[in-house]
Write a protein of this length. Structure first.
Length: 235
């Protein structure tokens, strides 16, 4: 049976100082609707590179990425953009909001990139309520804390009701209470059938997912087989 997202033998090679190295080496992973998959590993282990290839943002050197059975890197750029906008929500590391747009407008941006119908205002406010910052809808990014900006990015990633949510360190700027709230939201999303693929450094968040992998030197293995953090494995 074909998975929602299939990563098949993904490799990403770079050259630095005249020497070649692999940021990601022959990674394969199958993600089904409703899966909540967590990936942990040291900085520089290839986690973000893997996410970017899976999201259609970075061409692999070798291997393929299939979304609902379709090789996304066999598509034209416009078609890849439409697929990503329509079916993949992405929460990147760091600050990714547009400074001259309000919180509400930042959340709505993906909706307007391609023509669609529906109540975008109602959905945007509902998502802002879910992430606990509806009171900040008229604020600008410069008025927000790092954690508040991260919540806006999460709401934005969900505006088009994606089939897959990819999140790169989504709780990195959040306190313990807010982290629990966001992870609870991700769990509910997965329970409703949207797959979640998350990179994290926070071992406490692993309990919310149902599959955990570790990445080290560009290689991906089940967390119980490889634990580069030095901590105990998931309970």
């Amino acid at each position: 049976m074909m998975g929602l997202l299939e990563l098949r033998g993904l490799t990403k090679a770079y050259k630095r100082g005249g020497r070649a190295f692999n940021a990601v080496t022959r990674v394969s992973l199958s993600i089904e609707p409703g899966d909540f998959i967590s990936i942990i590993g040291r900085s520089g282990s290839g986690k973000t590179t893997l996410l970017n290839m899976g999201a259609g943002l970075l061409n692999p050197t070798q291997g393929s990425v299939l979304f609902e059975g379709q090789d996304i890197y066999g598509l034209q750029d416009k078609d890849i953009s439409f697929l990503r906008n329509e079916k993949i929500g992405y929460v990147p590391q760091g600050q990714s909001l547009l400074s001259n747009f309000t919180v509400f407008d930042n959340v709505c941006i993906p909706w307007f990139l391609f023509k669609r119908e529906g109540d975008v205002e109602g959905r945007a406010f509902t998502l802002l309520e879910k992430v606990g910052i509806s009171r900040l809808a008229a604020s600008y990014p410069r008025e927000l804390s790092g954690g508040e900006m991260r919540r806006v990015a999460i709401a934005r990633s969900l505006i088009n009701n994606p089939r897959l949510l990819i999140a790169d360190e989504p709780t990195g700027d959040l306190d313990v209470e807010t982290t629990a709230e966001i992870m609870g939201l991700f769990s509910r999303i997965a329970g409703e059938g949207t797959a979640v693929l998350m990179v994290t450094h926070e071992l406490d968040t692993l309990n919310y997912g149902d599959k955990t992998y570790s990445m080290d030197g560009g290689n991906l293995l089940p967390h119980t087989a490889l634990n580069p953090t030095g901590h105990g494995t998931r309970p």
